[in-house]
Design a binder for this molecule. Structure first.
Ligand SMILES: [Zn+2]
Ligand SMILES: [Zn+2]
Length: 357
């Protein structure tokens, strides 16, 4: 019996599904923790009272709080490169190249995208409440959540000649074109900010990323929408965790089932050999009673002449039934790949020991 019968593909499937399940579980736990923190976070309106609350809070700091206000630049705002009337405080410019790459495995052209150029501009800004109280927003680049709107999008298509088309089929790559986008966080946008709110020594209110690594959010959606998105993300990760864990369990069951059948065959063979040995011992005893112990010595030569047709060394010592052929030793019989007689190919239903009297 060789080692545990795991094939390479099964080991790869098992390893991959367990690893993916582990990663999905980690992401699920992470989004679940974020969701719990969002539920625990207090909501504040930006007004004079917020400053008073922070003055009496230890460390003048609210570790994780939700605030909402309108975006206003501290100095000069940024102007859109494409629509001069649009002004904002955060501007992302992106140039992406789109290609079709031939996938030999699925025999189709697959979309592939590559960032050619990326630029982010920002100016300091505040969130303004109803009574003109302001909260300075720090490190907006680090924030998660959708907080910019697309202000420009243009696809520059590539035109080909005949030579290019032939070249594409030879190289397996087609250039589709370049997508140019500009996104901006516009002045006046109602923004939800979730993070650490502090009262600085100079009396400014600030919103900044929590130092303990909790997720920092800036979003143009309201709090409930943002929470809903986080919740569906957590549910998605949970579903993926369960799916991949089930795939892993299925592979394990499959391997276990095969291992069980192998063991079963081995048990059956052991049982059969013991039974054969028992019958042979009985026969030898019976022969010794009838002919005396010296008779067995006379048979050595006959045994060699009568050698097993498979190993050519052991004497033929079993009768294969139902065909009745006496052609091999019991060890060779057990090593047969199929339970068929090596002489006539008939199925072997039973084996009994052969003995001469
Ligand atoms: Zn043999
Ligand atoms: Zn036979």
């Amino acid at each position: 019996m060789d080692g545990f019968p795991v094939k390479v593909t099964e080991a790869v499937c098992l390893g991959a599904s367990l690893a993916i399940s582990g990663i999905c579980y980690y992401l699920y736990k992470k989004s679940r923790t974020t969701l719990d923190k969002l539920d625990d976070a207090p909501h504040f309106t930006i007004d004079g009272k917020l400053k008073d609350i922070l003055k009496v809070t230890p460390g003048a700091c609210l570790q994780y709080a939700v605030i909402e206000g309108a975006v206003r630049p501290v100095g000069e705002p940024l102007t859109s490169h494409f629509q001069k009337e649009i002004v904002g405080v955060l501007q992302k410019f992106l140039l992406r190249e789109h290609r079709l790459v031939w996938n030999g495995f699925s025999r189709t052209w697959m979309d592939s995208e590559r960032i050619l150029h990326q630029r982010v501009n920002e100016v300091p800004f505040v969130l303004v409440g109803s009574d003109e109280t302001m909260v300075r927003v720090l490190c907006p680049i680090q924030a998660s959540g959708v907080h910019t709107e697309i202000t420009h999008e243009k696809f520059h298509q590539v035109n080909y000649g005949l030579g290019d088309i032939v070249g594409q089929y030879l190289s397996g790559e087609k250039l589709k074109g370049q997508l140019e986008t500009e996104e901006m966080l516009k002045v006046g946008t109602a923004l939800t900010g979730i993070g650490e709110v502090i009262l600085d020594t100079d009396g400014t209110l600030c919103l900044r990323p929590p130092p303990n690594g909790t997720q920092y959010f800036l979003s143009i959606a309201d709090f409930d929408t943002l929470r809903g998105e986080q919740e569906s993300m957590a549910t998605g990760w949970k579903a993926l965790t369960i799916t991949f864990a089930l795939v892993g369990a299925a592979v394990l069951l499959w391997v276990g089932r095969r291992y069980y059948y192998r063991l079963k065959v081995q048990w059956e063979q052991d049982h059969e050999r013991r039974e054969f040995e028992r019958l042979r011992a009985e026969a030898t005893r019976a022969r010794a009673l009838l002919t005396g112990p010296e008779a067995s010595q006379d048979r050595v030569e006959e045994h060699i002449e009568n050698a097993c047709v498979i190993c050519l060394s052991q004497p033929r010592n079993c009768i294969l039934l139902d065909c009745g052929h006496v052609c091999c030793c019991h060890s060779c019989y057990q090593a047969l790949p199929h339970r068929r007689c090596p002489i006539c190919r008939q199925n072997i239903s039973r084996v009994v020991p052969l003995y001469h009297v």
